[in-house]
Design a binder for this molecule. Structure first.
Ligand code: ADP
Ligand code: MG
Ligand code: ZN
Length: 613
C-alpha cells in the first residue's frame, strides 16, 4: 500500500466513526432531549416548593418544565426524572396546580424516534457505501476499489527488464512474444493473429515468476497493474467482485497494459461443495474474474498474467481457452542459470577477485533465484560486519552454509554424492532409450531437482500421437524405465531408493500387459481385470471382485515378474555394452545439469543417423 492510499483509508475510517457519533448523538437528543436529569427526591422537593410548571408522565420517566433551580434565569428549564412507584403523585400535582398529561409507553412519536430514524440513517449510509463500491471512483468509501498497484510506463526509477532475469530462458523467450505484442498491438491486430488473453506462470516459489511479470511490463513500457490474489478475498461478500470489476475498468482505460494477478491460487481455488456454505465471497470474486476475462476485448491490448506455484488446485474454468490458456513453466535454474543469477545480484556489490561464481553455482544445486539472491545479500552483510571493503569467497561460503541450513529445514537439498547417483541413473534411462528402436525420442535430460519426488528426469517426447502400443513398444518402454536402476547397479554396485517411481510404473505396465492386454502366452487372451470407472465410486463402490482363482493369481504374479525381469536384463545388457557412453553422459550431466537432444545425439554418436527426424 503506498502512503497515499494509506491516508485515504484512514480518512475513510474517520468518516465512519464521525457518522456513528452523530447517529448516537441524534438518538440521544430525540429521546432524552437537552434536559437535566434530576433525582426523584429533588423532583419531589421542587414540587413541594411549587417550582414545577408542567409534567408529562410516561411509564418509566417523568419529563417536564420547572423553574430554574439555580435561579439564574426566568426561563423554565426542561427536566427528566426516573419514575418510581408513587401513588400520591397525582394528588400532589393537583394540589400544586401543575398541568400534567399521561403518555402511553410506546407512543407513535417515540417509536419513530427511537428506532425508525436510526434505521433510515443506517440504510442511507449503507446505500452510500454500496454506491461508492460500485463506482469505485474517488470518494470516501473506497472498499470496492481495486487495491492494484499501478506501475506506470514512465516509472523509470526502478525499471525491471529481462536483463534482470536469468536462468529461465525458455520462459523468457515465450514472454518476448507478449512484449512484442504490447509494443505494437496494431501490427498484430492487422495480421489477424490471436493474442493470448491470459498467461499463467507456473513454477516453484522463488523461481522468479513475479520478477518475470515485472520485466515484461518494463520491457514493453506499458502500465502494469499488480495485485495479489489474496487481496481480492475480503470479509464482505461482493467486495472482491467489485474490486475485480474496478480493476478491469481501470485497465481498459489504460490499455495497452498488463494486469498481473500474483498468487492466483488464493483466488482461483477450485470451487467445490462447501458444507458450511462459506467462501461465497471467493466464489463470487472468481466468477467475476471469469466474466471479466471473457468479456473484454483482447484487441485493446490488455494482457492478463497470473502466477501460481500450485496450478493443480486452480479451478479448471480458469484454464479454459480464452482465459489462462497459455501456461509458461518457470523452471528451477540449472548450473549455468544459477551462475548468471548470482552475477546479476552481485552487480551492485563489491566483489573480490577470488570469487568464482561458477563454483558457487556448482555448490547450490536445487536453489532457486530467490535463494541465490539471498546468498549474495547474506555474503554482503557478512562482509560489512567484518568491516571488509569487498565480499570474498569466504563470505560466500558462509552465506551458502547459512542459506542451506535454512533450506534444509524447509525442503530437501541434494548432496554431491546423491547428485552423482542421479546423474548415472538418468544417463541409464537415456542411453537405453537411445539404443532401443521402439521408444520415444530423448528430448532433454536433467538432474535439476524438480520437486519432492523427482531428483531428475529424462524427457522423452512421442513423435506422433499414440492410440495403440504394440507389445514390443511396451517391452522397450519397460527397459527404459528400468535403465536408471540398472545403471545404479552397474556403476555403484549398490542401489538407491531413487528408482521407486520407475519400478512402480514398470510394474503397472507389466501387470496391464498380463491382465488386460492378453500379452502373456501362459495366461492367454483372457482379461483378468475390467477397467474401472473411478467416477462411479458411489457409496457402495467396491473394488472389482477377483474373477479368478488363487492359482491364476499366482501365475499372474509370476508372469508380471518374468516380464519385468526380462526387461531389466535387456536394460543391463545395453548399459554394460555402452558403459563408456553412459559414463560420458553422466559426466556431462554433472557438469551442466541439463543435456539437450543435440548433445545427447553427439555423445551417443547418432548425430547423423537420427531416427525420426
Ligand atoms: P516467485 O514470484 O516465483 O515466488 P520472485 O519473482 O518473487 O519469485 O523472486 C524473488 C526474488 O528472487 C526476486 O525479486 C529476485 O531478486 C530473485 N530472483 C528469483 N528468480 C530470479 C531469476 N531467475 N533471476 C534473477 N533474480 C531472481
Ligand atoms: Mg511471487
Ligand atoms: Zn528413474
Amino acid at each position: 500500500m503506498n502512503p497515499e492510499q494509506h491516508k485515504k483509508t484512514q480518512v475513510t475510517l474517520a468518516y465512519f466513526l464521525i457518522s456513528m457519533l452523530i447517529l448516537f448523538g441524534l438518538q440521544w437528543f430525540f429521546l432524552v432531549g437537552a434536559s437535566v436529569e434530576i433525582p426523584y427526591s429533588d423532583f419531589k422537593t421542587y414540587l413541594e416548593k411549587g417550582m414545577i410548571k408542567e409534567v408529562v408522565i410516561s411509564d418509566t420517566v417523568i419529563k417536564g418544565l420547572m423553574q430554574d433551580p439555580t435561579g439564574k434565569s426566568d426561563k423554565p428549564v426542561p427536566f427528566t426524572t426516573n419514575r418510581i412507584q408513587d401513588p400520591d403523585l397525582v394528588k400532589e400535582l393537583e394540589a400544586k396546580h401543575v398541568k400534567f398529561t399521561g403518555k402511553p409507553a410506546n407512543s407513535f412519536l417515540s417509536n419513530l424516534l427511537s428506532w425508525i430514524i436510526p434505521i433510515i440513517i443506517m440504510i442511507a449510509i449503507w446505500n452510500y457505501m454500496v454506491y461508492k463500491m460500485g463506482m469505485g471512483g474517488p470518494g470516501v468509501m473506497k472498499v470496492g476499489q481495486s487495491k492494484a498497484r499501478l506501475i506506470s510506463a514512465d516509472d523509470n526509477a526502478k525499471k525491471i527488464t529481462f536483463k534482470d532475469v536469468a536462468g529461465i530462458d525458455e520462459a523468457k523467450e515465450e514472454l518476448k512474444e507478449v512484449v512484442d505484442f504490447l509494443k505494437e498491438p496494431r501490427r498484430f491486430e492487422s495480421l489477424g493473429g490471436r493474442i493470448p488473453r491470459g498467461i499463467l506462470l507456473v513454477g516453484a516459489p522463488g523461481t522468479g515468476k513475479t520478477l518475470l511479470a515485472k520485466a515484461v511490463a518494463g520491457e514493453a513500457g506499458v502500465p502494469f497493474f499488480s495485485i495479489s490474489g489474496s487481496e481480492f478475498v475480503e470479509m464482505f461478500v461482493g467486495v472482491g467482485a467489485a474490486r475485480v470489476r474496478d480493476l478491469f475498468t481501470q485497465a481498459t482505460a489504460k490499455a495497452p497494459c498488463i494486469i498481473f494477478i500474483d498468487e492466483l491460487d488464493a483466488l482461483g481455488k477450485a470451487r467445490g461443495f462447501n458444507p458450511i456454505g462459506g467462501h461465497d465471497e471467493r466464489e463470487q470474486t472468481l466468477n467475476q474474474l471469469l466474466v471479466e476475462m471473457d468479456g473484454f476485448d483482447t484487441k485493446k491490448g490488455v494482457i492478463i498474467m497470473g502466477a501460481t506455484n500450485r496450478p493443480e488446485i486452480l479451478d479448471p474454468a480458469l484454464l479454459r481457452p480464452g482465459r489462462f490458456d497459455r501456461q509458461i513453466v518457470v523452471d528451477k535454474p540449472d548450473l549455468k542459470g544459477r551462475e548468471e543469477i548470482l552475477k546479476i545480484h552481485a552487480k551492485d556489490v563489491k566483489i573480490a577477485k577470488d570469487v568464482d561464481f561458477h563454483m558457487l553455482a556448482a555448490r547450490t544445486p536445487g536453489f532457486v533465484g530467490a535463494d541465490l539472491a539471498n546468498i549474495v545479500n547474506e555474503a554482503a552483510l557478512l562482509a560489512a560486519r567484518r568491516r571488509k571493503n569487498e565480499v570474498t569467497m569466504a563470505e560466500f561460503d558462509e552465506a551458502i552454509e547459512r542459506v542451506v541450513a535454512g533450506l534444509e529445514k524447509k525442503k530437501r537439498l541434494i548432496s554431491p554424492k546423491e547428485k552423482e547417483i542421479v546423474a548415472y541413473h538418468e544417463s541409464g534411462h537415456a542411453i537405453v532409450a537411445g539404443e532401443l528402436p521402439n521408444t520415444d525420442v530423448v528430448q532433454k535430460i536433467s538432474i535439476v531437482p524438480r520437486g519432492i519426488a523427482a531428483l531428475g528426469y529424462t524427457l522423452q517426447l512421442p513423435t506422433e500421437d499414440r492410440y495403440l502400443m504394440t507389445k514390443s513398444e511396451l517391452e522397450d518402454r519397460l527397459a527404459v524405465l528400468l535403465g536408471g536402476r540398472a545403471a545404479e547397479e552397474i556403476f555403484f554396485s549398490d542401489i538407491s531408493t531413487g528408482a521407486q517411481n520407475d519400478l512402480q510404473r514398470a510394474t503397472d505396465i507389466a501387470r496391464s500387459m498380463v491382465k488386460e492386454y492378453g500379452m502373456s502366452e501362459k495366461l492367454g487372451l483372457l482379461v483378468y481385470e475390467r477397467p474401472r470407472n473411478p467416477f462411479l465410486k458411489g457409496d457402495n463402490w467396491q473394488p472389482t471382485e477377483k474373477e479368478y482363482s488363487e492359482e491364476i493369481a499366482a501365475l499372474i504374479d509370476s508372469e508380471v515378474k518374468r516380464i519385468v525381469d526380462e526387461a531389466y536384463e535387456r536394460s543391463r545388457k545395453i548399459i554394460t555394452e555402452k558403459k563408456k557412453t553412459v559414463e560420458k553422459l553422466a559426466k556431462l550431466l554433472l557438469e551442466k545439469e541439463v543435456v539437450e537432444r543435440e548433445e545427447f545425439l553427439e555423445i551417443t554418436g547418432k548425430k547423423t543417423a537420427e531416427k525420426n527426424p
